[in-house]
Design a binder for this molecule. Structure first.
Ligand SMILES: Nc1nc2c(ncn2[C@@H]2O[C@H](COP(=O)(O)OP(=O)(O)OP(=O)(O)O)[C@@H](O)[C@H]2O)c(=O)[nH]1
Ligand SMILES: [Mg+2]
Length: 381
């Protein structure tokens, strides 16, 4: 008898799925989206749905509508707070869900009807296959953004390229999508200090953090159409934060960057030493000597980076092509360095030493990012 009870009890334990819905002024949309999510419950009976609305004290009455619906749905929850950006709302929502709702998986979803709840079972079937991060993607085959303006398409495309190539998530086509299902075990281990972004760029930081933890990602196509009612909350501040956040994504593996900087500094000393040796001891002309001293320092930088900085990386490309790429990147960085110096000094009237420092800093950062993501790119990325 006990055994039967235990068996029945076990079959009653369903996987818990929590939908976190951030809202700001979504009074016209929130009812439809909540009802449409709960309507999908019958299609995935082995999963128990919970919906958590994270509202930032919307003045349009969003919370009143959610409170009415709480009377109808036992598994609907609402938390409210000050308006502090989409990223902060998600952080609050995740923390609450992980602490009190005991989820196995957490969905991220917009509350304005742009994310179709009818494909929730498709996400869950991927989770069933063992994926820990399932992304509703606008940029894989079958995915579309039919009503995006050319400007928005361009911004989205550029934003994704930056995150993919600088943030170490090249294999993911849509890093800014807000429709995702994430395994709670990964979310628990997220480094929320790294995820310090407050606005929309939280989405891209989160993907990078999950992948850095080893989350196995699968993208499924979505149609991202126009919001049902109301206006977009994406502000200029969000867009600036997105750009500002990009280098931070690149420096995630900061240990590599510190090593790379030490190598770069050693290169300066080697360059100078060889120059002094050639001109003072071998009597070489000062116009010719830098050609050799620059090349020697480039070669020594390459060797140190190859056999020390990026030693642990599993790299597909061969030694000679890496050597060639390294030289090419050095050339591009040199041009960038000079251009920034020239524009700052000549046109922005910045002091020449400071203008040069600006050029060196920008070129050094770009040089690291390209070499880390291209020359020594790991085969798994
Ligand atoms: N709690 C909270 N939710 C927010 C905030 N900013 C945006 N949201 C919600 O996040 C979701 C996505 O925001 P949207 O304004 O729709 O962004 P978008 O989808 O890129 O823009 P549209 O295509 O114009 O809809 C929506 O459900 C918003 O209500 C915020 O500061 N706090
Ligand atoms: Mg939207």
């Amino acid at each position: 008898m006990d055994l039967v009870f235990e068996k029945n009890k076990k079959s009653l334990i369903k996987a818990q799925v929590c939908f976190v819905l951030p809202t700001f002024n979504e009074a016209d949309n929130i009812r439809n989206i909540i009802e449409a999510i709960f309507d999908q419950q019958v299609n995935v009976p082995d999963y128990q749905f919970k919906v958590l609305v994270v509202d930032d004290n919307s003045p349009d009455g969003t919370q009143q509508i959610v409170n009415q619906l709480i009377e109808k749905y036992d598994s609907l929850y609402l938390i409210a707070g000050e308006k502090n950006g989409l990223g902060n709302a998600y952080k609050r929502g995740f923390a609450y869900a992980l602490k009190t709702l005991n989820p196995d998986f957490i969905f991220q979803m917009d509350s304005d009807g742009q994310h179709d709840p009818q494909i929730i079972p498709d996400f869950i079937s991927q989770v069933n296959q063992g994926y820990s991060l399932v992304i509703g993607s606008r940029f894989i085959e079958g995915g579309t953004t039919p009503e995006f303006s050319v400007r928005r398409k361009l911004i989205s495309w550029l934003g994704n390229i930056l995150v993919r190539y600088i943030g170490g998530v090249r294999h993911i086509r849509d890093c800014t999508s807000g429709y995702r299902c994430i395994s709670a075990s990964y979310l628990k281990n997220c480094n929320f200090r790294f995820l310090s972004t407050q606005g929309y760029s939280f989405q891209s930081s989160l993907v990078c953090d999950l992948v850095a933890q080893g989350a196995d990602c699968k993208e499924i196509p979505i149609v991202f159409s126009k919001r049902s009612f109301g206006n977009s909350k994406l502000s200029l501040k969000d867009q600036l934060e997105f750009i500002w956040n990009i280098p931070k994504l690149g420096f995630r593996t900061h240990k590599d960057f510190v090593k790379y900087s030490i190598v770069g500094f050693s290169g300066v000393l080697i360059n100078l030493g060889v120059y002094v040796f050639l001109t003072r001891y071998l009597g070489m002309m000062p116009e010719i000597a830098p050609i050799l001293s620059i090349e020697v320092s480039l070669l020594s930088n390459f060797m140190f980076n190859n056999f020390w900085t990026f030693k642990k990386r599993l790299i597909k490309s061969n030694f000679l092509s890496r050597l060639f790429q390294f030289h090419l990147v050095a050339g591009i960085s040199g041009i960038l360095n000079y251009s920034i110096f020239f524009v700052s000094f000549r046109y922005l009237m910045i002091n020449d030493i400071f203008a040069n420092l600006l050029g060196i800093a920008a070129a050094a950062i770009m040089n690291y990012l390209i070499n880390s993501n291209w020359t020594w790119k790991t085969s798994s990325k």
